[in-house]
Design a protein around this ligand. Structure first.
Ligand code: SF4
Length: 353
């Protein structure tokens, strides 16, 4: 669905631009050194927009130092405190995320909006199933998709009444069907870019499953301009998961895609170890590569031929493929070193092109 373009620092989202990957730091924002280090790890993993919690004016002041040390757009996440929002804008935030409903009275909202206007930065507003207003909850009988849509529309109208339209919208629930339904509904009603995410998605395993289902379904519908996979834990994991979702939806070609079989009684080499090791080895490679790691001759050669590099297992050995051609047979213990060598050669080749 075509949305309008919104610029966040040096990155544009919406209007058919590539879907941007976001994450949020979990360091104390006031500790600029730690926060900068975490953003560097996020950036290395492929984070394209980063958000920091700004609970007070001191955290807002730290944004200046953080911003000067990073090269991706910096978003300030603010609740309850209009002064912190204004300070974040003054300290170089490229976007702010607020909930106008909890920023305070109209005067305070206008002050924040005027500061964003003057700095030419967008504001993300959203609805979150966990923080819907009591009147909305009672009107809709709970945090339903309609309640989320009504709440987000209220927030959008507050900004529009203040003549502000540089808006990004999110509408999150931890309930996957509700979340997907809410995004589908809001996408029909507005043309502001949508920030996708499942809120409070859980620890890694469940967060990735919930996010892949919800974000994946929406992306395949053509909905979504930027996304965050929320994981309880290291935010770097969010970035890898986000890129994998985009790749699985056919929206990103960069990075390594590993095709590996589930193994069965026909497999006589340790495919799990080989696939796991190759996944780790390639996780920061940005060149587009397809690597097949297959257990036997049933589907192995077919998949390996389709991949840039492939291995089809045999009895204590493996058949290596490159660009669809058989290269050689190696014994099991040499499969990993040979694969790593071939991958590095191919990456070098691609980088030279
Ligand atoms: Fe089993 Fe071979 Fe298929 Fe792997 S490729 S699942 S080992 S039949």
């Amino acid at each position: 669905m075509k949305t309008r373009v919104v610029k966040i620092g040096n990155t544009a989202i919406g209007g058919g631009m590539p879907v941007a990957v976001q994450s949020m730091t979990n360091t104390d924002t006031k500790d600029a050194v730690k926060t900068i280090a975490q953003i560097a790890s996020l950036e290395k993993a492929g984070c394209e927009i980063v958000r920091c919690a700004v609970p007070d004016v001191e955290s807002a002041a730290a944004l200046r130092k953080i911003k000067d040390a990073i090269s991706i757009p910096l978003v300030a996440d603010i609740h309850f405190d209009a002064q912190a929002a204004i300070a974040a804008i003054e300290n170089g935030a490229d976007k702010i995320r607020i909930n106008p409903g909890n920023i305070g009275n109209r005067e305070k909202i206008i002050a924040v909006v005027e500061a964003a206007k003057a700095a030419h930065i967008p504001i993300r507003v959203g609805a979150n199933a966990g923080s819907l207003a009591k009147d909305v909850l009672s009107k809709y009988g709970g945090p339903t998709s309609d309640a989320l849509v009504a709440s987000v529309i209220q927030n959008i109208r507050i900004l529009e009444r203040a003549k502000f339209e540089d808006i990004v919208v999110s509408i999150k629930s931890s309930n996957v069907p509700v979340c997907v339904e809410a995004y589908r509904k809001i996408a029909k009603q507005i043309d502001y870019p949508l920030h996708l995410g499942v809120t409070e998605a859980g620890t890694y395993h469940m967060a990735v499953i919930k996010s892949a289902i919800a974000i994946g379904a929406l992306l395949l519908d053509g909905i979504g301009d930027t996304l965050r996979v929320s994981v309880t834990g290291d935010p770097v994991q969010e970035i890898y998961a986000a890129h994998d979702i985009l790749k699985s939806c056919g929206l990103r070609k960069s990075g390594v895609e590993i095709i590996s079989c589930p193994t069965c009684g026909r497999c006589s080499i340790d495919i799990e170890k080989i696939a796991g090791s190759i996944e780790k080895f390639t996780q920061d490679i940005k060149a587009p590569l397809k690597i097949a790691v297959m257990g036997c001759a049933v589907n192995g050669p077919g998949e390996a031929r389709e991949a840039d590099i492939g291995i089809a297992g045999g009895r204590g050995e493996g058949l290596l493929f490159a660009h669809g051609e058989i290269i050689k047979k190696v014994d099991e213990f040499n499969i990993l070193p040979e694969l790593r060598r071939m991958i590095l050669e191919l990456v070098e080749e691609r980088e030279e092109q």
